[in-house]
Design a binder for this molecule. Sequence first.
Ligand code: SAH
Length: 206
Amino acid sequence: MITRAQLAITLSKLEDFTNPDPSKEQYMTDSETASQMLWGAYMQGDIDDKIVADLGSGTGVLGLGALLLGAKWVMMVEVDPKALEAARRNYEKLKAQFGLGNNITFMNLDISAYSKDVDTVIQNPPFGVQNEHADRPFLIKAMEIAKAVYSLHKIESQGFIEKLAGEKGFHLTHTWRYSLPLKKTMEFHTRRIERVAVGCFRLERD
Ligand code: SAH
């Protein structure tokens, strides 16, 4: 079984976005944050032997991490074909290194078109900096298809998320705070690394 430290190192070697699209808010979750989210979900019993979906899977760090932690099947759902191809390359590398199985599906889809039920969603959706509440359809979709949801957002979104969860028959069980490093990949940022206060919110069906 992989340790949390090994998971963080392994995820740190994955391929990132090459030409991130600002309108899609394409940021790869840094390996430290990703490994802590994944480890936390694993400890809650939401990964091992579970069907897991990564909505807006990007280059794959969350879904592939779930696979490394023993998920029964992983669904990668991503609208950008280039990002999905990068995720597939990351998977092939890990498969060679760890002897992973073929228990993963790559879907080039808008999340609104995805409908298969899973046990757990783990996601880092667009925060809605570009389009206000761009994270809302991700939260709604996640609560439609899963019993447990791990979703990363700006920390100030907590109130909005708790309210939305209540409307959908879910409740907030955990908030894990992180300081997310955002690389300066978009021209409108001035500092090279910016840190954003975020929370991984765990929602559970009532
Ligand atoms: N989950 C990855 C990527 C986060 S960035 C990680 O943690 O590193 C958010 C991702 O959501 C981007 O890859 C973007 O292309 C994707 N995305 C944005 N809107 C989407 C939509 N409507 N349907 C599917 N994917 C979407």
